[in-house]
Design a protein around this ligand. Structure first.
Ligand code: SF4
Ligand code: URA
Length: 277
């Protein structure tokens, strides 16, 4: 190609916006890349002389395929899914498995994990939503205003109905063990992760009945989307354990809920008689 042709080609590249051209040195044994700015390229020498014939590298014979690895497939009964209840599970074991849990984002804002409290062999378990500020501070469930109402409900209804039980005779816990920031509802993934511990608690205790307080507990234990109004007043089941849904005590603390209060007392009477008669 003549110098004139090269110059025309170069201008064509420049019009296209190509600023740098790369040219291999024709003489070096180890060809080096030369970077040149387009406007300053001087095409004094032809680029290459004769192409050098390179002998093709010998291709090594293909390797024999590696022996297939022996994969031990465990029997279905031997697979331990995470979160699955170990045999002879106990509340102590669940508590120590929780440890200083960071399995969900709720650990970020918590002060204390609120595992649960009460009688570990109780025939009745109350399940709330998650710790509030007072619970987070003390590490105990239902110790704030809603908790005082729950205690009154349990002890007041039992006394009226001639059932000799106190709050300490039942077991109380929550769906999530760490306080959600600003008392927001737990997110579905938080309920799913921490719910594994709730399920283990219920399986270890094997109560005669469960009382789900509010729609978060109902959702965690029954699945589905129905709220308390739809679910309360009839029996459900968590696995094989009879379950009653009633209003959360925080909801009952709102003065405009006189009907809900009466209904909650009815629900409570029902479950207390079923368990203790
Ligand atoms: Fe762990 Fe439950 Fe607390 Fe989440 S809420 S960090 S899963 S203990
Ligand atoms: N509300 C809950 O759901 N749980 C508690 O422990 C306290 C308030």
């Amino acid at each position: 190609m003549s110098t004139q042709d090269l110059r025309a080609r170069l201008e064509y590249y420049r019009d296209l916006g190509v600023k740098d051209l790369y040219r291999r040195s024709a003489t070096a044994a180890q060809p080096a890349l030369v970077v040149e700015s387009a406007p300053e390229v001087v095409f004094a020498q032809p680029i290459a002389k004769k192409p050098v014939a390179v002998a093709p590298k010998p291709v090594p014979p293909p390797l024999p395929p590696p022996p297939a690895p022996r994969i031990e497939i465990p029997k279905v009964t031997e697979i331990q899914l995470p979160g699955m209840a170990p045999e002879n599970d106990t509340l102590d074991r669940i508590c120590s498995d929780i440890g200083d849990c960071t399995r969900c984002r709720l650990h970020l804002g918590r002060n204390k994990i609120v595992f649960g409290s009460g009688n570990p062999v109780s025939k009745l378990v109350f399940v709330g939503e998650g710790p509030g500020a007072d619970e987070d501070e003390q590490g105990l469930p239902f110790v704030g205003r809603a908790g005082q109402l729950l205690t009154q409900m349990i002890e007041g209804t039992s006394a009226k109905e001639g059932i000799p039980i106190k709050r300490d005779d039942v077991y109380i816990c929550n769906v999530v063990k760490c306080r959600p920031p600003d008392n927001r509802n737990p997110e579905p993934d938080e309920m799913e992760i921490c719910g594994q511990f709730l399920f283990r608690q219920l399986s270890a205790i094997q109560p005669k009945a469960i009382c789900a307080l509010g729609s978060t507990a109902a959702k965690a234990l029954l699945g589905g989307k129905d709220g308390v109004t739809k679910l309360r007043g009839k029996w459900h089941k968590w696995r094989d354990i009879p379950l009653i849904v009633t209003y959360h005590p925080s909801y009952l603390l709102r003065a405009y809920n006189q009907d809900a209060k009466r209904e909650a007392w009815e629900d409570l009477k029902k479950v207390l008689h079923f368990v203790y008669d």
